[in-house]
Design a protein around this ligand. Structure first.
Ligand SMILES: [Zn+2]
Length: 100
């Protein structure tokens, strides 16, 4: 009985199939800690409209490490209208880390 239960746990959905999540990975300038924060592409973005009526989506996040460092890393992202492509991004207090 225990064996069957283990099997079903193996096939339960994993958090990796995160269709509506975008993960920010950044490194703190002060202590070098790697910070991760998830953006929910459905809830965390706010729509902005330019003069030509193009829609973009903007998101601002503050990342804080778990260590003793109190540096705040501020991230600002602008997504295109289908919320898939990042048009521009800004970071203060840290550096973006590109994960393979
Ligand atoms: Zn830090």
């Amino acid at each position: 009985m225990g064996f069957i239960k283990t099997l079903s746990n193996l096939f339960s959905p994993s958090s990796k199939s995160d269709e509506f999540g975008y993960w920010i990975v950044a490194k703190c300038n002060r202590c070098g800690e790697t910070l991760r924060s998830r953006i929910d592409l459905r809830n965390d973005l706010s729509a902005e409209y330019d003069e030509a009526d193009h829609t973009t989506f903007f998101c601002r996040k503050t990342l804080m490490g778990e260590g003793r460092c109190f540096q705040r890393v501020e991230v600002e992202l602008t997504f295109n209208q289908d919320r898939r492509l990042i048009l521009s991004r800004e970071i203060t207090g840290g550096q973006f880390v590109e994960e393979a």
